[in-house]
Design a protein around this ligand. Structure first.
Ligand code: SF4
Length: 283
């Protein structure tokens, strides 16, 4: 799945550079001091975030929690009052059913308190590994590694892992990453994935960790990136001077030279804490 595990200096450098680039302060600061969130709302927000954009999740979460802020109120909420509030997230009928079932389970089995253990969390309706890890990290500041599509993609582009699924990535990161890096890793990689290391056309020439990244180094040295899907700047792999044989070049569309660090794309997930919701992709 991967070669030798990177040393701690590697992770320190990655986190330092990303923290400075996105002006997030020192990642070593105890997380809850600045990022404490309501565990119930993290949980429900993350369920709502599945298969939708962060912006839609933020809108729906704000509407839902204004009316039903806790397990007790949501468990008793009528369907016809919940569905309109979360419509923006898509699949709102199914999500309405799941979040109310989840709230009911929390109320009946845990006295209305979101559990603090991974096993108890994944026993709740609609809660998978990613959602459980988000609750642990963002709701309770318990070290865990929520792996969404951003974390999965960037870990592979960095070259620290070779995995096919987020589940494999979580397992791999847990094996090679010291626990002190678990909590800050997700917020920084998510923000990086939303700004520079995007699914398509990653902006490697502008990336603060390009020198630490297998894909960034390959591009800089005119080599083919480690994986076909890691082709920087969306260039074709066959023919021409793409990632196969040429130096890094700017996107022909003229992408900006730097992510707008004044107002980087920040959902509630990456604002201060990365938000509940996150979270595209299935949990
Ligand atoms: S160098 Fe490119 S692929 Fe590597 S982390 Fe930066 S943007 Fe992503």
């Amino acid at each position: 799945m991967s070669g030798p595990a990177p040393p701690s200096e590697f992770w320190e450098e990655v986190l330092d550079r990303l923290s400075a680039f996105y002006r997030r302060g020192d990642w070593r600061t105890p997380y809850l001091r600045d990022h404490a969130e309501n565990p119930f709302q993290v949980l429900i927000g993350t369920i709502l975030s599945q298969r939708t954009r962060d912006a839609n999740t933020d809108v729906a979460s704000a509407r839902l929690f204004a009316r039903f802020p806790d397990a007790g109120s949501l468990a008793r909420a009528p369907t016809d009052q919940v569905e309109p509030l979360i419509r923006a997230t898509g699949f709102y009928r199914a999500k309405s059913r799941v979040v109310r079932e989840c709230a009911r389970a929390i109320l009946e089995r845990f006295g209305g308190e979101v559990p603090r253990s991974y096993d108890a969390l994944v026993s709740l309706p609609g809660v998978g590994p990613k959602t459980a890890n988000c609750v642990l990290v963002f709701g309770y500041a318990i070290p865990a590694i929520p792996v969404d599509t951003h974390v999965h993609r960037i870990a592979n582009r960095l070259g620290v892992l070779r995995t096919r699924t987020p589940a494999e990535t979580e397992e791999g990161l847990r094996a090679i990453l010291d626990r002190r890096y678990w909590i800050p890793l997700n917020p920084l990689l998510v923000q990086h994935g939303q700004n520079l290391c995007r699914p398509l056309r990653p902006r490697c020439p502008e990336c603060p960790i390009a020198g630490l990244c297998a894909t960034g180094r390959a591009l800089r040295e005119g080599r083919r990136p480690p994986r076909p899907e890691d082709r920087p700047c969306g260039r074709a792999s066959a023919g021409g001077r793409g990632a196969r044989g040429g130096r890094a070049r700017r996107s022909p569309r003229g992408a900006p030279t730097r992510p707008s660090t004044r107002s980087p794309q920040r959902s509630r997930r990456t604002r201060g804490r990365p938000a509940p919701r996150r979270r595209a992709g299935s949990s």
